[in-house]
Design a binder for this molecule. Structure first.
Ligand code: NI
Length: 173
């Protein structure tokens, strides 16, 4: 297990489409384990594989966010599909480990149902509401290269771009 570097906007990988996972092997388990460590260290609610440069349909969600005891292992979703999104919506501040320090109000479905596979390839479904539903939709967006910056108006978009440019310059120097 190891912590992997998290790609930051505007890294072009973040815009790519993640491909389905077909092989459920030790390599996949190792990737998921690293993602859990990485999310845990960064204090994130969720992390998609593309954010550590692996273009596969996999994300993890913090146990507490998923409505489980805080010391439970994070929820791992392989090949997740949004089965349904409620018409009822919620608006709340949303962050992303690829946009450190940035929180923007994003409108999402209040409840979602997601079908996925576990690390052994076994299918399961989860239902999320509130923060859990938000995290599921946010991470699912990552699999098709969609980011929080796409979900805000043009003024906020410019502010985020400027902040990220500064952040990345500070990181590089
Ligand atoms: Ni994110």
């Amino acid at each position: 297990m190891a912590v992997r570097p998290v790609l930051r906007y505007p890294d072009p990988h973040l815009r790519q489409i993640s491909r389905p996972i077909e092989v459920f092997d030790d390599e996949l388990a190792a990737l998921a384990a690293d993602m859990k460590d990485t999310m845990y260290l960064a204090g994130g609610a969720g992390l998609a594989a593309v954010q550590v440069g692996a273009l596969v349909r996999l994300f993890v969600i913090d146990a507490e966010v998923a409505g489980r005891p805080a010391d439970d292992p994070p929820l791992v979703l392989v090949n997740p599909e949004l089965v349904s999104i409620s018409e009822e919506q919620q608006t709340g501040d949303e962050g992303c480990l690829s946009f450190p320090g940035i929180f923007v109000p994003v409108r999402r479905g209040l409840r979602v149902r997601v079908r996925a596979q576990d690390l052994q390839g076994q299918s399961f479904e989860v239902e999320g509401e509130g923060l859990f539903a938000r995290a599921l939709q946010h991470e699912h967006d990552h699999l098709s290269g969609r980011l929080i910056i796409d979900l805000v108006g043009p003024v906020k978009r410019q502010i985020i771009k400027r902040k990220m440019r500064k952040e990345n310059e500070a990181e590089a120097s």
